[in-house]
Design a protein around this ligand. Structure first.
Ligand code: SF4
Ligand code: SF4
Length: 368
């Protein structure tokens, strides 16, 4: 039996010069495989990640010892059918994988459904599957349960879906983790979970929430609760964790290797529900630091960094410390008050955050 933990290659460790740390990433890969992991996840748009997959994985391990997923993205310039389809062949070349076990249309949602129709990407991936270059076709998704229902009705050929699910957003009306999960299962699809730790947010909790989990199990890391929560759901193909250190890999595999894994018990589920209530009572910004909003900002505002500083203020109430962190994060970039309210960022935010209003609030507190 293999582990349900998937190794997300999006946040691989980097060296001081910005390049991916191949030695540490290789050690992480080896530890993952030795402990029953099989599923690796990359994407055409993750900078340097597909090339790294070749160096740390496909060049070093037998092809049948792992499965590899990558993704095609219609947001890449030039946005033409030809160049979008070419991403598939480039990914094959970069990874040296020979074929993809899982191939996804990346980040489907209302904003790009028409483009996928126009570019005929569904037919393109079905053809590659018929050729044996893809084993399973699917898509990752950032939208409402209704839109997911529409896609799965139009494309019953999807073998699986990749969804943003975590315990904190299970009932969150903006993310609707529960709604999208239940929709996928109603269509009989297997689910790959992304961001189970909410971009790292659930690895450090407010004191009251941390206390609930530590009382229950002083040894377990806070991230382990978030990962075990989604891995305990039915129909889960893989739970992706974007690990950045060997230490994180070791921690994750200590409870996710097939011999150690235990679904959450009823008492543990109740503890998670109590944590969810604590989190819901706080008014923090639910930014996952995915950075999708950053590239299109004409004012070079590093939005996730600003939100992180503002969250520090919301969580601990110490304006001075948060303002110092804000100053550092905005040193060579736009400030929150530079926002011209063009709205480009909000179109690309998978969390549907009202970024413009939040920046205004952050500026009010942190630039005062
Ligand atoms: S609304 Fe503000 S933060 Fe968003 S892209 Fe435009 S200038 Fe940047
Ligand atoms: S504001 Fe939205 S798009 Fe930007 S980093 Fe946060 S979650 Fe991602």
């Amino acid at each position: 039996m293999s582990s349900k933990l998937g190794f997300g290659l999006m946040r691989l460790p980097r060296l001081e010069d910005g390049s991916i740390d191949i030695a540490q990433s290789s050690a992480m890969t080896d530890h993952f495989l030795e402990n029953g992991g099989t599923y690796f996840d990359t994407a055409y748009v993750y900078e340097g990640s597909e090339e790294a997959a070749k160096k740390i994985l496909t060049d070093r391990h037998p092809r049948e010892s792992y499965t590899l997923a990558t993704k095609m993205n219609t947001g890449v310039q030039p946005r033409t059918a030809e160049s979008t389809k070419q991403q598939f062949y480039t990914s094959l070349e970069r990874t040296g994988a020979g074929y993809f076990d899982y191939y996804l249309l990346h980040a489907l949602g209302t904003g790009n459904l028409d483009l996928h129709r126009q570019f005929d990407t569904w037919q393109f991936i079905a053809d590659r599957k018929a050729e044996g270059l893809i084993r399973h076709c699917g898509f990752s998704f950032h939208d409402t349960p209704e839109v997911l229902d529409q896609i799965l009705t139009e494309h019953p050929e999807a073998d699986f879906v990749q969804l943003q699910i975590n315990y904190a957003d299970w009932e969150n009306p903006d993310v609707q983790s529960r709604g999208i999960y239940e929709t996928a299962r109603r269509h009989g699809k297997q689910v790959v979970v992304m961001e189970p730790v909410k971009g790292g947010t659930l690895a450090t909790l407010p004191e009251a929430a941390e206390k609930i989990l530590k009382t229950m199990n002083p040894e377990a890391s806070l991230a382990s609760w978030a990962i075990r929560y989604v891995a305990s759901l039915d129909g889960i193909l893989a739970v992706l964790s974007g690990m950045s250190t060997l230490e994180q890999m070791k921690d994750n595999m200590s409870f996710m290797n097939p011999d150690a894994f235990r679904p959450l018990s009823d008492a543990e589920l109740r503890a998670v529900e109590a944590v969810r209530e604590v989190l819901a009572s706080q008014r923090q910004i639910g930014c996952t630091a995915c950075k999708y909003c950053v590239e299109g900002c004409p004012m070079q505002i590093r939005i996730p960094g600003i939100f992180s500083a503002y969250n520090q203020f919301l969580r601990f109430g110490n304006r001075e410390t948060a303002a110092r962190s804000y100053k550092m994060r905005t040193r060579d970039a736009g400030k929150a008050s530079d926002c011209i309210r063009c709205g480009a960022c909000e179109e690309s935010c998978p969390q549907h955050l009202p970024i413009r209003d939040l920046l205004e609030k952050a500026a009010g507190v942190l630039e005062a």
